[in-house]
Ligand binder design. Structure first.
Ligand code: ATP
Length: 931
């Protein structure tokens, strides 16, 4: 188990960094070597906190015997032994054991699927090893590792801080303190200090809310503070989903109805002179057959398997209820950069005074260069050009991206916007390393979506301090007082400002993402220690504007097609972006999300229009808008809430720390797995592991398929079970002998309740699932129409079975061996008809004989296996003895086949009538419209 190799009792917070690094034999700048890390991992084990909540397999198995029904069946089995009916007693006990095993297997599968998903959501950590920064699985962290902490990261282990820049951490998970705690490197006194006051330590399970820093891991796994409490915050809480709630309720109603009906059957049987014990057995077995005990387990399993399917398609569902909500989504609010676009920025052009310079090449490869009025600019010319060198320098230095190039690939650590600027400088022979050597960085304010700018302070070659800034053009222009042009600085007049804004608009209209760059020479006598963040912010005024840089970010593959899918599926897409309105509008145009089906335009709105809105104003604006530009994270929250007040089911994407409230408020919060912060991922219901809009729509489709599948297997189970009830109830009321024995009823229950029902729950996507409007999440699981359909189909199965029974009775008589024969015919007919009925249930309107007939291999497998098992009941003498069935003649087989296929024919006829009716009403509606 992970432990801290401390040889001194002095707490970590009371030791200096030198003492700490020598105790843990590590380096505060280069971290551990890979070899030491591997050895420590082997010695201490992985950095995982033991989960204490996993249910034991035995408890899961014993749970299967908890239901009152099973206990009654146990009693019936015991009664069988007591009265000397040993064979029946054994058979009932075997049925109970089988039932329990199936229930157990289903629940176990669901639990395993859920825990597999938990493992997929495995957190990552940034560490320095051998002096190189890298991302590794948080599990592989060892004591002594140097971890990097950025705003939005989850803290992956307990660690002592060695550098901190405005580092603040939310420790509510550990201490209950809701405010973020500022952190520093200062050594604390060697006395007992409460967790919340250990300002130079960070703890596993907490999250960095702002700033950045680095820390050395002091404990991992169960040795961490949260490990010691043993309450790791569960990333996938197993709470009941609304669907499960609805199912439980449905189960309850069904249970009461079934018990009442079974009671009636028992009373009617006794009144007709059947032995009470036999009637009780019939009643209990009918109740067991009719109440689908496995409903909840199969539902959970369906959802869990669906979640695995989604995970394979890059959508990690963290909470079960999200699956249902996904299917009901009516609006998707999506970020632009990285979700709709690829987030692979390439600088395309620059504006320097009146000069427009184009940049060639794509992606992060170094091929390409600068071109001015069709003439390539060579490195020497660039070096001699003061405007160009300045803008390239600002872009490369006011920048946090690191590009790691190898022969086969280029890995970008950091923001792609910054990476594009680094590549631009490299294309002009300016490397990040040489620039940093010339202008070492002293201070910085990282980019954030609220301020929309980044600031750094550097010491220049002559020792002077200089401030570099880059950000949204409007922000930078309003912070500038002068302008640099070809080495000359002049005041920035209002008219010049306007011209710059026109240049910006022209670039944005080409769908370019535009950045303004500026600098300021600071006073030489400025005291470095006085450069606090607040001081830096006020220093970043009166800047000298240098120029604009525009970069393209191509649309993701497939995203245009997927927008069309959304339209047919009744899902509205709203683009919410921090980028400028002009750029966003152009991208919305390319995606066709700015037009309604009737050709009218949807609005594009700048955040400044949102400032004075009241609740009604918000509700109105979200109804008609396709693009919200320059929004802040708070605006996002307002948009979600207004949409929800309008009755929409909202899926919202987000990645930043400040997106968490909107992600939580949305019906489905979707965090971006690649560029998203841990805070956003923690707040989200779904994590998109490829940050792709296409994935989100795929997940919506899967959500729809899953809920449809659940409804489908309920349809199947209920119609079969109702049929079984009627097969006993109708003869009882008509005074006929009973067509099914106790064990036959239980056998049928196992045959249909398990394999075919599960296979129906595994249906893949239906071709028209995204051509229908979303279902309302408040709609009952079983609509009135479906309930009527279940009733009618149950009756149909019963009638076909009873016809077979009567004909059998007519052939062989209703007494002794003849009755046994007729019963066997009924038993076979009902079993086979139920298996064939599974194909009826696949679609309520489309014929079973469509192109989809062979798309569900599971169903075919289930039906074939069950049919073979059923045939064994009349061919294997031992089974015949237990189930009290007889061998069948050719004539019986023909009768059974006819009565088995009759429901299929009847349902096909009904579906054809429905389709013709729908077409006629569509045509007449069309005719009316035309006239
Ligand atoms: P979305 O919200 O859809 O992801 P976005 O990425 O364009 O869109 P932000 O990241 O908030 O939104 O960026 C807003 C603006 O800030 C951009 O249009 C750009 O001008 C500027 N900007 C973006 N990234 C940086 C950066 N790393 N440094 C400086 N300015 C930036």
């Amino acid at each position: 188990m992970a432990s801290t190799p401390a040889d001194s009792s002095e707490p970590w917070y009371a030791r200096s960094i030198v003492e700490l690094t020598s105790a843990l034999t590590t380096d505060p700048e280069r971290g551990l070597t890979a070899a030491v890390a591997t050895a420590r991992l082997a010695r201490d084990g992985p950095n995982v906190v033991t989960r204490t909540d996993a249910r034991s397999l035995l408890a899961l198995f014993l749970d299967q015997f908890r239901s009152a029904m099973v206990l009654m069946l146990v009693a019936a089995g015991i009664a069988g032994f007591a009265t000397g009916d040993t064979l029946e007693g054994i058979a009932i006990l075997v049925v109970i054991a089988l039932n329990a095993s199936i229930g157990f297997a289903t629940e176990w599968r669901a639990a395993r699927a859920l825990s597999a998903l938990r493992e997929l959501a495995e957190p990552m950590a940034r560490v320095h090893r051998d002096g190189e920064e890298m991302r590794i699985a948080a599990q592989s962290l060892v004591v002594g590792d140097l971890i990097v902490l950025n705003a939005g990261d989850g803290v992956p282990a307990d660690a002592r801080i060695v550098s901190a820049m405005q580092l603040a951490v939310a420790e509510a998970a550990l201490t209950g303190e809701s405010l973020s705690v500022p952190k520093s490197v200062n050594v604390l006194p060697a006395e007992v200090i409460a967790l919340g006051d250990r300002r130079n330590m960070v703890f596993h399970g907490t999250v960095v809310t702002s700033g950045r820093g680095s820390a050395i891991v002091t404990s991992i796994g169960d040795a961490t503070e949260i490990g010691r409490i043993g309450t790791l915050i569960d990333t996938v809480p197993d709470r009941a989903t609304p669907l499960e709630g609805k199912l439980t309720q449905l189960n309850r109603v069904l249970m009461i109805a079934v018990l009442a009906l079974c009671g009636l059957i028992v009373v009617a049987g006794v009144l007709r002179g059947v032995a009470l014990r036999h009637m009780i057995e019939v009643g209990v077995s009918l109740a067991i057959a009719a109440v689908p005990e496995g409903l909840l387990a199969v539902t959970t399993m369906t959802l869990a398997i669906g979640m695995q399917r989604m995970a394979r398609r890059h959508a990690l569902v963290r909470r079960l209820p999200a699956v249902e909500a996904l299917g009901a989504t009516t609006v998707i609010c999506s970020d632009k950069t990285g979700t709709l676009t690829r987030n692979e920025m390439t600088v395309r052009s620059m504006q320097l005074g009146g000069r427009r310079i184009d940049v060639t090449g794509t992606g992060y490869v170094l091929a390409g260069g600068l071109v001015e009025r069709g003439v390539p600019l060579l490195p020497d010319a660039i070096r001699a050009d003061p405007s160009l060198t300045l803008i390239l320098r600002i872009g490369a230095l006011c920048n946090d991206a690191v590009l790691k190039r190898s022969e086969s690939e280029t890995i970008v650590l950091g923001d792609p916007t910054d990476a594009a600027l680094t590549v631009l400088a490299e294309k002009c022979d300016l490397t990040r390393e040489s620039l940093h050597r010339e202008f070492p960085r002293l201070r910085e304010i990282p980019f954030d979506s609220d301020s929309k700018r980044m600031i750094t302070v550097h010491r220049g070659p002559q020792g002077a301090l200089v401030l570099f800034a880059k950000g949204a053009p409007a922000v930078m222009l309003s912070a500038s007082a002068s302008v640099h042009d070809d080495g000359i600085v002049s005041p920035l007049s209002d008219s010049a400002r306007k011209v710059w804004l026109q240049h910006n608009d022209a670039m944005a209209k080409d769908a370019l993402r535009v950045l303004g760059l500026a600098y300021k020479n600071l006073a030489t006598d400025i005291d470095e220690s006085a450069l606090t963040p607040a001081a830096l912010s006020s220093l970043a005024q009166g800047l000298t504007f240098v120029g604009l840089i525009g970069m393209i970010d191509p649309l993701r593959d497939g995203v245009v097609d997927v927008m069309a899918t959304c339209r047919t599926a009744g899902i509205r897409v709203i683009m919410i972006t921090g980028d400028q309105l002009v750029t966003a509008t152009e991208i919305a145009r390319q995606l066709h999300i700015d037009v309604r089906a009737d050709g009218s335009r949807r609005r594009t709105v700048h955040a400044r229009e949102l400032t004075a809105l009241d609740a009604g104003g918000w509700e109105a604006i979200v109804r008609e808008t396709a693009v919200f530009a320059r929004v802040s994270p708070e605006d996002k929250l307002q948009i979600v809430q207004a949409l929800q007040r309008n009755g929409d089911v909202v899926a919202m994407t987000g990645d930043g720390v400040n997106d968490a409230p909107a992600l939580k408020a949305a019906d489905i919060g979707i965090a971006m797995g690649l560029r998203g912060t841990d805070v956003a991922k923690d707040a989200a219901d779904v994590v998109s592991t490829d940050d792709n809009f296409v994935t989100i729509v795929g997940a919506v489709e899967q959500g729809r398929v899953l809920v449809n599948n659940i409804v489908r297997f309920i349809h199947y189970l209920f119609s079969c079970n109702f049929g079984e009830l009627l097969v006993v109830f109708i003869p009882m009321m008509l005074g006929w002998p009973l067509p099914l024995g106790v064990l036959e009823i239980l056998w049928l229950n196992m045959l249909t309740d398990v394999l075919p029902a599960m296979a129906l729950a595994l249906e893949a996507s239906e071709p028209d699932v995204m051509r229908r409007p979303p279902r309302s999440p408040s709609a009952p699981l079983l609509s009135r129409n479906l309930t009527a359909l279940i009733g009618a189909q149950g009756l149909m199965l019963a009638v076909c079975t009873l016809i077979a029974f009567r004909v059998g009775g007519f052939w062989y008589g209703f007494t002794g061996e003849g009755l046994l024969h007729a019963e066997t015919v009924a038993f076979m007919t009902l079993a086979m008809a139920q298996l064939v009925h599974a194909f009826n249930v696949r679609s309520r309107t489309e014929t079973a004989f469509s192109a989809q007939l062979f798309t569900n291999g599971w169903l075919w497998g289930a039906v074939v296996v069950c049919a073979l098992l059923q045939i064994l009941t009349v061919t294997v003498p031992a089974l015949r003895r237990v189930l009290e069935s007889t061998a069948l003649t050719r004539q019986d087989c023909l009768l059974i086949t006819a009565c088995t296929l009759a429901p299929l024919v009847l349902v096909e006829l009904a579906k054809t009538a429905f389709r013709v009716g729908a077409r006629v009403s569509q045509a007449s509606a069309g005719g009316l419209k035309e006239s």
